[in-house]
Design a protein. Structure first.
Lengths: 229, 294
């Protein structure tokens, strides 16, 4: 499903690689936590999967497609099979909740009929029914992240990438977001979540990949955040 | 492609950068207006060449004391020459009439010129205009009733090099102005892309095609180019109505300067519009490729 083989990523301005000979495999439907301190290579890992960057060495394969030789024109197609959620939500402030979700479908040319049907469905799923006409500024942080998740999931991606989705949220709200991500994972969507939140990692007991200085130092199938914490 | 979506993005973009958009449209308009002027002058030059070069290439002015016999001799020599394509005799009266017509805007000049001041002449069209020397040698100045042989082509060459210079200068200014317009378009598009970076970032992540992301910006520039072109055409129309048709009415009527007709403006308008839309669109596309990550 997702495979990295001897992947090294060296940014031009840096002398130390952001990822150093990383190899791993993630199966369809897995839920994976990507942990490690800041600068350990988590974000680079996610960027390579999205083909926002190309690896300096090694190969990345997503959904059976090698990203290395992929032409620029095929990248949008790849990204339609992936959803993204970020710490800072990245919603459009001047559009309503429903418009924010619909935007993701409009710009990939989905028919209006489909949009009208699936947007309310996904808003109900993330628990925002009745808030479709609100602006992001009128919502709490947790609700805004639910909008972002709805937008990432509305096109039914094969993979959902979440870069510290609970980083700006209090523990209680974070728990709600995690329940939502778990639910999405149960529909068969692979979820890869980079996080610093050890409460969440420890309580969920899912696969943990720990990065340290650009190398994988731990890969546990029912892991916790850190040994000896 | 969702037309509504793209168009509303274009409208938002233009409104958000209103001052830049106005500057972009005005420089484009000036540039295109000058380009149109250059094209009109070029058309005028070729019309004038038709008027002048075709009619007269060599004038043989006759002396005041020319005899009928000498005149007949010159005429038969012209009629039998292989170098001469055609010729026309102009009497003193005819020369004066033409003079009156040409300078109808300057009555003092006409009044101060006695009717017999202008010489009679033969206006000669050569088979090959370059062979003026041959004719000049055949009719030496000051002999056999010939006062002077003049190569009108020489004079016209100087006149047209002046006009060509004017045309080239106009086009040069148009090019410089176009460069300014292109830089301004590039700048405006960068600003527009920066203003809409949230939208374009999301579009990139959810897998919108490059065209879908870029098209609003390109259309934004192309629309500004089109408005600029319309203003430029408007400027040309005003120039024709207020300047050419009024100030130059006399010489045009006298046939010295060809008129700028509506056909010429109608002919160059689509060229201007295409240049405006095309250059602006290409400038926007190149800017997006070079400076903006979409």
């Amino acid at each position: 499903m997702i495979e990295l083989q001897h992947v090294t990523k060296l940014y031009p301005a840096s002398s130390r690689p952001a990822l150093d000979d990383v190899s791993t495999e993630i199966d369809k439907g897995e839920f994976v936590f990507l942990i490690g301190s800041s600068g350990s290579g988590k974000s680079t890992f996610l960027r390579l999967l999205l083909k926002e960057d190309d690896p300096t060495k090694g190969t990345v394969t997503v959904n059976g497609k090698a990203l290395n030789g992929m032409s620029k024109w095929q990248v949008p197609k790849l990204r339609r099979t992936m959803g993204c959620v970020f710490q800072d939500f990245r919603l459009l402030r001047n559009r309503t909740v429903a418009q924010n979700v619909a935007f993701a479908l409009e710009v990939i040319n989905k028919p209006q009929r489909t949009i009208k049907r699936v947007v309310p469905e996904v808003l109900e799923m993330v628990g925002l029914e009745g808030k479709a006409e609100r602006l992001p500024g009128e919502l709490s942080g947790g609700e805004q992240q639910r909008v972002a998740i709805a937008r990432a999931f509305v096109n039914r991606p094969l993979v959902l990438l979440a870069d510290e989705p609970t980083g700006n949220l209090d523990p209680e709200t974070s728990e709600g977001i995690m329940l939502l991500l778990e639910r999405i994972n149960r529909t068969g969507t692979t979820v890869i979540m980079a996080t610093h939140d050890y409460h969440i990692v420890d309580s969920m007991r899912r696969r943990v990949i720990e990065l340290n200085g650009g190398t994988i130092t731990r890969d546990q199938s029912r892991g916790v955040y850190g040994v000896g914490r | 492609m969702r037309v509504n979506f793209v168009l509303s993005e274009v409208a938002t973009g233009l409104r958000r950068n209103l001052t830049m958009t106005v500057a972009m449209i005005l420089t484009t308009a000036i540039s295109l207006g000058l380009m149109g002027t250059g094209l009109l002058i070029a058309g005028m030059i070729s019309d004038m060449k038709e008027i002048y070069y075709d009619k007269v290439q060599v004038s043989i002015f006759l002396a005041d004391d020319v005899t009928d016999e000498q005149r007949g001799e010159i005429e038969s020599q012209l009629a039998s020459s292989d170098e001469v394509a055609s010729y026309l005799y102009e009497s003193k009266d005819e020369a004066y009439e033409r003079f009156q017509q040409q300078f109808s805007q300057q009555p003092e000049l006409v009044q101060n010129t006695p009717p017999d001041a202008l010489p009679e002449s033969f206006r000669v069209e050569l088979v090959n205009p370059e062979r003026y020397e041959v004719i000049a040698a055949e009719f030496p100045n000051g002999q056999n009733g010939v006062d002077q042989v003049r190569d009108e082509g020489d004079f016209l060459d100087r006149l047209f090099s002046l006009l060509n210079g004017a045309r080239n200068a106009t086009i040069a200014v148009a090019v410089v102005q176009a460069l300014a317009a292109l830089l301004l378009i590039s700048n405006t598009i960068q600003l527009a892309a920066f203003n809409r970076r949230n939208e374009t970032n999301i579009m990139r992540l959810v897998g919108a095609s490059r065209w879908y992301t870029q098209l609003p910006f390109i259309l934004e520039a192309a629309l500004a180019g089109l408005i600029g072109a319309l203003l430029a055409v408007g400027g040309l129309v005003l120039t024709k109505v207020l300047f050419v048709d009024k100030t130059l009415a006399g010489p045009i009527k006298a046939g010295i300067i060809p008129p700028v007709d509506w056909g010429a403006i109608a002919f160059i308008s689509p060229i201007i519009a295409a240049a405006g839309v095309g250059l602006a669109g290409i400038a926007a596309y190149v800017t997006l490729r070079l400076y903006v990550r979409l």
